[in-house]
Design a protein around this ligand. Sequence first.
Ligand SMILES: Cc1ncc(COP(=O)(O)O)c(C=O)c1O
Length: 523
Amino acid sequence: MEMLPKEKTLELRRKHIGEACRLWYPTRPLKIVRAKGQHMYDEQGNAYLDCINNVCHVGHSHPRVVQAAAEQMAILNTNSRFLHDTLVQYAERLTRTMPEKLSVCFLVNSGSEANDLAIQLAQKYTGHKDVITLDHAYHGHLQNVLAISPYKHKLLGKDAKKKWVHVVPPPDMFRGEHCKAENPGEAFANDVKVTIDKAHAGGRKIAAFFAESLQSCGGQLVYPPGYFRNVFRHVHQAGGVCVADEVQIGFGRVGKHWWGFQTQGSDIVPDIVTMGKPMGNGHPIAAVVTTPEIAASMGRGGYQYFNTYGGNPVSCAVGMAVMDIIEDEHLRENATLVGDFLRKELLELKQRFKIIGDVRGMGLFIGIELVQDRATQEPAANEATYIVEFLREKFILISTEGPFCNVLKFKPPMCFSMEDACNLLARLSEALQELESFSVEELEAVAKSKQLPVHRQSAKPLLLPVVDVDEDDLISGPSKSNDSPTTLSEDSGLDLSPSREIEDVNDLNANISRPKKRQKIDL
Ligand SMILES: Cc1ncc(COP(=O)(O)O)c(C=O)c1O
């Protein structure tokens, strides 16, 4: 699988790939040569537990996804200007997971394209221009979506924010201005109302309110009840539409629901929903789903929307396989089960370690916010970087997020098991314990160099040292099962694999070794 020595790969990358395309772990980049389930393997065969990838949603290299793509590729791949059953069946299937009025799809290739198209649709439908966006939001890398992504503005200079964009504070229940209000949902929504009034006073008109249904780049925020209900009312009164960006959190990541906006109530119906990343499990497919009326506005004046690759038969076959797997392997149930367990255990860690200021999330979308001091909420960013580096030493991949880079962000493939959760919790607990022995200067050095001091690095892998790469497996992938590599469950005799029928949650929980016990297991 490795065609070049790592040094050569690095050298060619430096020479031929834009410097702005950054690597994770820049000081000691990882070379990942294959992946399966919730594990990624480097060129030496070391297995890393992936807590980062919300794209390979149903598990890396899932054989059913691979098979669907390969079979369709061998038959036909062309654009959506020809009739094709898979396109319409997929659109029908996708919209079945949505409220009834969201029945029309535009299929595209990336989350950025989906959000760009959503802006166009909102502007055409309303005849207005302006967009309200949440601070710290990221909606993509194209000009217009960059303009509504304050996450990037700070780095692009003040001209990056356009006059037609209005930024409101996110409804942050840890740091936000109204987090202690009697009705925070209403209070945060009122910020949107104030912004609308100001825009109107300046002669501007609102086309859309744009928000992720739970904010990822802003630090894994879960909004207070009533936020969307109140915001949507204000925006509709202003003649605008509401766009829910589900690019990161859609397709059941929140567990109980297919879509994040549904966590705000069954009566909450955005006018436009955008989705991407998990939709194709790594294959580039994304979509805008909206009402027939809004969709019709795109065709006004005889305008034709054409997207060369959007909705091609291969993408649709892949998309369909992903939805089948989510259902057949009970991945939403798994997200609820494992996510609830993780959050409960993380709250226990919060009792032990003062540095944990907040634990939040839903399903397999979790944020752990680190602070120097719970009273002042001073962010602990260097400490967060240290934990990322520590976990890498333990072969666990996790990232930081949020405006202060002090939130540990957890969004793994949806087949993440109870066993993986125990492993993560045990290592995190070790990291927090060790952290206490680090001086401020040492932590600064870790944050600067993005690596642990050499004497603190572990010499050998703790999770599955070396995995033989079976060439047959690589060639005939589709016919093989999506088995995870050997993990603790095989030692313990427990069947914790997410693909089995999850019938009795208590039973499964009862069989789980708690993190404290797990720490004693020498791997
Ligand atoms: C919330 C959100 N929206 C949109 C995008 C853009 O998606 P893509 O990178 O597929 O263009 C991203 C990408 O990270 C995202 O996180």
